[in-house]
Design a protein around this ligand. Structure first.
Ligand SMILES: Cc1ncc(COP(=O)(O)O)c(C=O)c1O
Length: 287
C-alpha cells in the first residue's frame, strides 16, 4: 500500500460541516479581499500565541520578505541564518540585496548554533534570522543575548513552528514571539495548514505592526495614498475561513502528532543506526 506523505482529506471529513459553513459564509458575503475572516483569524492567533499583533500575508515566503524589508535586512547588510533550512529563509535576505551569512547547526536540534553565529558577526551584521525547525525552537535565550549585545534585529522564521514553546525569562513563549518579528507559514503540510497558500507576521511592537499592515497593501494606510513601496500580499479570505476552523482544533491536531511520535519512538528505539530526535530542556515541542 502506498501511504501518502500528506493527506488533508481525513481532517476535512472529520470537520466537514464546519469547513463547508466557513467557506460558504465567505462566498455568500462577497467580501473576498481582507474580509472579516482575516481579521477574526489574526485575533485568534493573537489570543492563542499571546502576540500583540498579527498580520495575515499571502504566504510564509512573502511574510519573510516583508519583515526583512521593514527590518532593513538589505543593501549589503549581513544577516545570520542557519545553513540548514528551506530556501526562503535565505532568499528573503538576498532578494533585497542583503547577504545571508550561513551558520552551522546544533547536532541535536538541527537549529542554528548560536555560538557559531556569534563568531560570524562583523561590523556589517544587522540581524539574526533563526529558524525553528521540526520539533523545537532554536535557542532563543542565546539568540536574544547575542542580539542585545551586538544591537541586532531578530526575525524568527517560525514557518514550521506554530505552537512550539520555549522557556524565556521565566515564561513559556510561543515561537515567533520573542524576536522583533515572527513569521508563520500556513502551507497545507504545516502544523496549522490551510487549503492553499497562507502566511502571517506577528510582533509585539506597534510601530512594526503598522508598517507590516501597510506593506501588505502597497505601503498604504489610506486608500490610494502610499507611504511606502510595499507589496500586494494578503492572506486570502477563504484561507482565513479554513484556518479559523483549523485553529479551533489545533490542540487536538498537535496531540495527535505527539501520540504518533511516541509510537514511532517506541518502535524505533532499539535500532542502533537511527538517532531519535532530542528535545532540549525548557522546550515544549510540536512534531
Ligand atoms: C523554514 C521555512 N521557511 C519558510 C517557508 C516558506 O513558507 P511558504 O511555503 O508559506 O511560502 C517554509 C515552508 O515552505 C519553511 O519550511
Amino acid at each position: 500500500m502506498k501511504v501518502p506523505f500528506y493527506d488533508a482529506t481525513r481532517e476535512y471529513a472529520l470537520y466537514k460541516s464546519e469547513f463547508d459553513q466557513a467557506v460558504s459564509e465567505v462566498i455568500t458575503s462577497g467580501a473576498f479581499i481582507l474580509g472579516k475572516q482575516v481579521n477574526d483569524f489574526e485575533e485568534a492567533v493573537c489570543k492563542y500565541t499571546g502576540a500583540s499583533y498579527a498580520v495575515g500575508i499571502a504566504n510564509g515566503s512573502d511574510a519573510l520578505v516583508i519583515a526583512s524589508d521593514i527590518l532593513d535586512f538589505k543593501n549589503g547588510a549581513e544577516i545570520l541564518t542557519p545553513v540548514f533550512t528551506f530556501f526562503a529563509s535565505a532568499s528573503c535576505i538576498a532578494r533585497l540585496g542583503g547577504k545571508p551569512v550561513f551558520c552551522d547547526i546544533d547536532e541535536d536540534t538541527y537549529c542554528m548554533d548560536m555560538r557559531d553565529a556569534e563568531n560570524r558577526i562583523t561590523n556589517k551584521t544587522k540581524g539574526i534570522l533563526p529558524v525553528h525547525l521540526f520539533l523545537q525552537t532554536a535557542d532563543m535565550i542565546a539568540c536574544m543575548e547575542i542580539a542585545e549585545k551586538h544591537h541586532l534585529a531578530v526575525l524568527e522564521d517560525a514557518a514550521e513552528a506554530f505552537g512550539m514553546r520555549t522557556l524565556y525569562k521565566g515564561e513559556h513563549k510561543y515561537a515567533g514571539l520573542i524576536g522583533d518579528f515572527g513569521v508563520f507559514s500556513f502551507f497545507p503540510t504545516k502544523t496549522l495548514g490551510g487549503y492553499g497558500d497562507g502566511g502571517m507576521i506577528v510582533t509585539n511592537n506597534e510601530e512594526l505592526y503598522q508598517k507590516a499592515k501597510s506593506y501588505r497593501v502597497h505601503g498604504s494606510t489610506v486608500r490610494y495614498h502610499h507611504d511606502y513601496i510595499g507589496y500586494n500580499s494578503r492572506l486570502d479570505t477563504l484561507q482565513a475561513a479554513i484556518l479559523n476552523v483549523k485553529l479551533y482544533h489545533i490542540d487536538t491536531a498537535i496531540q495527535k502528532r505527539e501520540k504518533h511520535a511516541v509510537q514511532y519512538r517506541e518502535l524505533l528505539k532499539d535500532i542502533a543506526e537511527i538517532k531519535l530526535p532530542v528535545v532540549k530542556n525548557n522546550h515544549k515541542e510540536v512534531y
